[in-house]
Design a protein around this ligand. Structure first.
Ligand SMILES: CCCCCOc1ccc(S(N)(=O)=O)cc1
Ligand SMILES: [Zn+2]
Length: 268
């Protein structure tokens, strides 16, 4: 019998990441972890998968801040103003924040890969199930609690919509800094075609790593300029008080075992 000491059976997932995660991280069960590689030829077309329906209200945009791992753009999720429906989802999900993961160079940076192809960065739009739960913090612990849209970034022409966000980054260079950020429509960061995606059940890619995420990975990437990505890399993991300043780069998690999961596609 093949040794079954795969990552799935182990109770610990080694963290390749960010220095804050020294040592193994205990994850209960650990057989639905993210990110993963999407092997296109092994994904299964599911005709039941619907187009995504996003309704984002730019006025619910509140602030942008450096949490010491990425930078987050946070939305007011106390009402049903910015929602995600459709796709693989049965319920209505509320947008709470979006953030990115990126590398120190353009050769890598994404968390998910497609046939092992790495992208320089990946956008995550984080939503929670407001039909079943009343707070993100509650939904994050539940099987069907979260839906995260993943969008790959490629280096090419400048992304006009992203520039407003890039211009705000110097003000939040250090961990813990926050600035007011209003009227940003996250829909501008979605690719033209949002009908084609892969979907699978996984986890948060940073602590608490809970297995509560319906992942929706867009097949089509968006393009951003080299200079725009360079500004991402000018952010710091460290706060203003710390001596040694560390560039915020390579804030992605090591890929996790599929553990028998099937990745479905909304397209053939
Ligand atoms: C109870 C507080 C939890 C804070 C952490 O929230 C997260 C963590 C990771 C992701 S990600 N990279 O998988 O999209 C989304 C949200
Ligand atoms: Zn993320």
């Amino acid at each position: 019998r093949r040794c079954n000491l795969t990552a799935c059976s182990s109770k610990y997932v080694l963290s390749q990441m960010h220095p804050m995660w020294q040592g193994p991280l205990a994850v209960p069960g650990g057989d639905r972890q993210s990110p993963i590689d999407i092997t296109v030829r092994k994904s299964v077309f599911d005709s039941e998968l619907k187009p995504l329906v996003t309704n984002y209200d730019p006025n619910t945009c509140q602030q942008i801040w450096n949490n010491g791992y990425s930078f987050l753009v946070e939305y007011d999720d106390t009402t049903d103003k910015s929602t995600l429906k459709g796709g693989p989802l049965k319920d209505s999900f509320r947008l709470c924040q979006f953030h990115f993961h990126w590398g120190e160079c353009n050769a890598w940076g994404s968390e998910h890969t497609v046939d092992r192809r790495l992208y320089p960065a990946e956008l995550h739009l984080v939503h929670w199930n407001s039909d079943k739960y009343s707070l993100f913090e509650e939904a994050v612990m539940e099987d069907n609690g979260l839906a995260v849209i993943g969008v790959f970034l490629k280096v090419g022409k400048r992304h006009e919509g992203l520039q407003k966000l890039v211009d705000a980054l110097p003000a939040i260079r250090h961990k813990g800094s926050v600035v007011e950020f209003n009227r940003f429509d996250p829909a501008c960061l979605l690719p033209i075609n949002t009908d084609d995606y892969w979907t699978y059940h996984g986890s948060l890619t940073t602590p608490p790593l809970t297995e509560s995420v319906s992942w929706i990975i867009m097949k089509q990437h968006i393009e951003v300029s080299h200079d725009q990505l360079a500004v991402f890399r000018s952010l710091l993991f460290t706060s203003a008080e710390e001596e040694a300043q560390k560039s915020m780069v390579n804030n992605f998690r090591v890929q996790q075992a599929l553990c028998g999961r099937t990745v479905r596609s909304s397209f053939t």
